[in-house]
Design a protein around this ligand. Sequence first.
Ligand SMILES: Cc1cc2nc3c(=O)[nH]c(=O)nc-3n(C[C@H](O)[C@H](O)[C@H](O)COP(=O)(O)OP(=O)(O)OC[C@H]3O[C@@H](n4cnc5c(N)ncnc54)[C@H](O)[C@@H]3O)c2cc1C
Ligand code: FES
Length: 346
Amino acid sequence: MSETHEVRNTTLGRSTQCPADQPVLEAFLRDNIWLPHSCTQGTCGTCKVRVMDGEVDHRDSSEYTLTPEERSEGIALGCQATPRSNLTLEPLEQANPDDGITRHPLRDYSGTVVVLDDIARDIRRLVIELDEPMPFNAGQYAEITVPGTTVSRQYSMANPPSQTHNLEFHVKRTSGGIATDGWMFGQMRLGDRVELKGPLGEFGMNTPQEEPAILIAGGTGLAPLKAIAQHALAGELAPQLYLYHGGRTRQDLYDVKFFRELEQKHERFTYRPCLSEQEWEGAEGMVTDVVLDDFSTCKGLSAHLCGPPAMVEAGVKALKRRRMAPRKIFREEFLDASSTLAGMNR
Ligand SMILES: Cc1cc2nc3c(=O)[nH]c(=O)nc-3n(C[C@H](O)[C@H](O)[C@H](O)COP(=O)(O)OP(=O)(O)OC[C@H]3O[C@@H](n4cnc5c(N)ncnc54)[C@H](O)[C@@H]3O)c2cc1C
Ligand code: FES
């Protein structure tokens, strides 16, 4: 057993014990002490904390996400830094403990692969039946461990949080990728056992809102938006929901029938698949351009965007151009190892 240290979150006035080899974010989340975070892989910078007292090991924190100046000012990445002593930490991004959102503690889970289907070009649906249910909020993700390694990767749940036993994931193949090419598109089979931890992240729609919501997905960025759309429709969280899904050709679209049926069932839901490289009967162009064409103003609306970082960035710019308030724009970027190395942090 490694040594443990007491770590304190000054915003919430709560402390927990953190093993010397565990990132402080993980220790907080396991004890249900909220700390703002997004990627949990050292890329986005959302989890920055000021070390008020004590000493941390920054481990692999990249200098793109945590600059040498920040380190010398006592800033650390909660998802990377481990404690070398007892710590008092102040999150730079303030979590509002009274925001009315129920948060679920981070736990380890095991499960069995019960669905592994090719659903679009280089995209698989993976369903894991958990041994024990995992409570989560729509839009959150889990970290799945590649068997026989210490490598784990983040995948967003696509099922609504009312289904806590079977977790649905949409996985895009990354050429040469350890988890995808090397495992989920390789030797993974139905019946295989899988280890994961979750839930993680704060992307989502958890409380009722007055604004109509635009949901914009690129590729497997559809996963958390599928969960959010189902959850928001079931709970009547928004007066209107517009879901956009962008692909290059028809081969990139999936779950079209599912969303068409959802559209039939709910008047308040609109589904707009868009293709950028093929002529067809539906919307044509980059998904963010289609949104621009559809809305002459986005004032008084909110948006959730998810997918590759470049698409999300373009979408945010487009929405701001249409006068959407920045605080009404929520984003989840599917950053990977190459993004960390290229310094994709915001
Ligand atoms: C919050 C979050 C949620 C996500 N949800 C989803 C989801 O629902 N669906 C989904 O498909 N993806 C999702 N992702 C992305 C996913 O976690 C993985 O990053 C992705 O599947 C690639 O994993 P991999 O192990 O196959 O590739 P990796 O092995 O991580 O490789 C990724 C890329 O990095 C390059 N690379 C790796 N190491 C190096 C190095 N040392 N030097 C240079 N280049 C390197 C590789 O060549 C490759 O291009 C999510 C990511 C985040 C952060
Ligand atoms: S959550 Fe720590 S850098 Fe993204």
